[in-house]
Write a protein that binds this ligand. Structure first.
Ligand code: GDP
Ligand code: CA
Length: 310
């Protein structure tokens, strides 16, 4: 069964890893957000692509959630010593990824090709596609003004209320080669339990992608990142609240109504199955917490079962 996952970082990476484990011979295609991309110390950093890539390579630091295992920070210490702002933590090994990516981009190689060669070098079988090769940058409107995404997320630790989001450059962005075909030509299209506003929306907002999701013949399945009224991690719950949505799997379902066929919600949210069904979804209630590889694979297998369901 061919699978395409629309993904941000951690939520997308965990589920994509599940599919890779569940079908070793049929690795998933991941269409990944680039709105979080940033330049640090002159280097192009793609946090969501790297989280997916490192997780699928078995190299992600699972305790921290991002970056490589067994990191050291000698370069960051030196950068600080030389007067650089080092609030964005970059490990020594991780920096090698950003050096290579930046070098290739400067030679004029598109991000999608750079990503494919980095993933291949790390032994990742899955196809990793940035949603676009063009620059798209998420800007966050807060009571303290408009912040660049990493300023909001990392430097200020997503403490500011989010009043609105802009994906700078998205209107002119073209989907990267293969993205639209990956959405329309798959058996199962999965919206990962990624942040709906920060990760999924910039993917859908890339011209052509939302229409491809609407017109695909694939079964479309979304997994709620909100479990028991809280985000498993990160600011999804706060953002639902400040933007006036229900802070629940029902609030998430409303965002995907008309775009997705099946909402997958956690056992903790079984009571919301009725109201979500009323929105026109098929609803699956299951354990959606993907701690380790076993939990990821289990959830992925359950989703694969939906591809052929009537
Ligand atoms: P980021 O880019 O690293 O912030 O990651 P994503 O946007 O891909 O995913 C963040 C979202 O994933 C958060 O809203 C979490 O609630 C959700 N999430 C993370 N792990 C899990 C999990 O095991 N199960 C579910 N249902 N959601 C998860
Ligand atoms: Ca992210």
């Amino acid at each position: 069964i061919s699978v395409t996952v629309l993904a941000g970082g951690v939520g997308g990476a965990r589920l994509a890893h599940g599919f890779a484990l569940a079908q070793p011979g049929a690795a998933p295609t991941c269409v990944v957000n680039v709105g979080d991309d940033t330049v640090r110390h002159g280097l192009h950093v793609s946090p969501d692509l790297d989280t997916v890539m490192y997780t699928l390579a078995g190299l992600n630091d699972e305790e921290r959630g991002w970056g490589l295992t067994g990191e050291s920070y000698a370069v960051l210490d030196r950068l600080a010593r030389l007067g650089e702002d080092t609030w964005f933590t970059l490990g020594d090994k991780d920096l090698a990824t950003h050096v290579v990516r930046t070098a290739r981009l400067r030679e004029g190689v598109p991000l999608s090709e750079v990503t494919a060669s980095l993933a291949a070098a790390l032994g990742v079988a899955a196809r990793l596609l940035p949603v676009t090769d063009d620059p798209v940058r998420t800007l966050v409107r807060t009571p303290s003004g408009t912040l660049a995404f990493q300023e909001y997320f990392v430097r200020r630790q997503h403490a500011d209320a989010v009043l609105g989001l802009t994906f700078d450059g998205v209107d002119a962005a073209r989907p990267a080669p293969g993205v639209l075909d990956a959405v329309t030509g798959t058996d199962l299209l999965v919206v990962a339990p990624s942040n709906p506003f920060l990760s999924v929306e910039p993917v859908l907002a890339t011209p052509g992608v939302r229409d491809a999701v609407r017109s695909t013949r694939a079964r479309r399945v979304a997994v709620s990142p909100i479990v028991g009224g809280r985000a498993v991690k990160g600011p999804a719950a706060q953002i639902l609240e400040t933007l006036g949505h229900d802070v629940s799997a029902l609030g998430v379902a409303r965002l995907y109504a008309g775009l997705v066929d099946v909402m997958v919600i956690d056992d903790a949210d079984a009571a919301l199955a009725g109201p979500i069904t009323d929105l026109g979804f098929d609803v699956v209630v299951t354990d959606t917490i993907m701690g380790g590889p076993a939990g990821r694979e289990r959830l992925a297998r359950e989703l694969l079962g939906l591809a052929s369901a009537p």
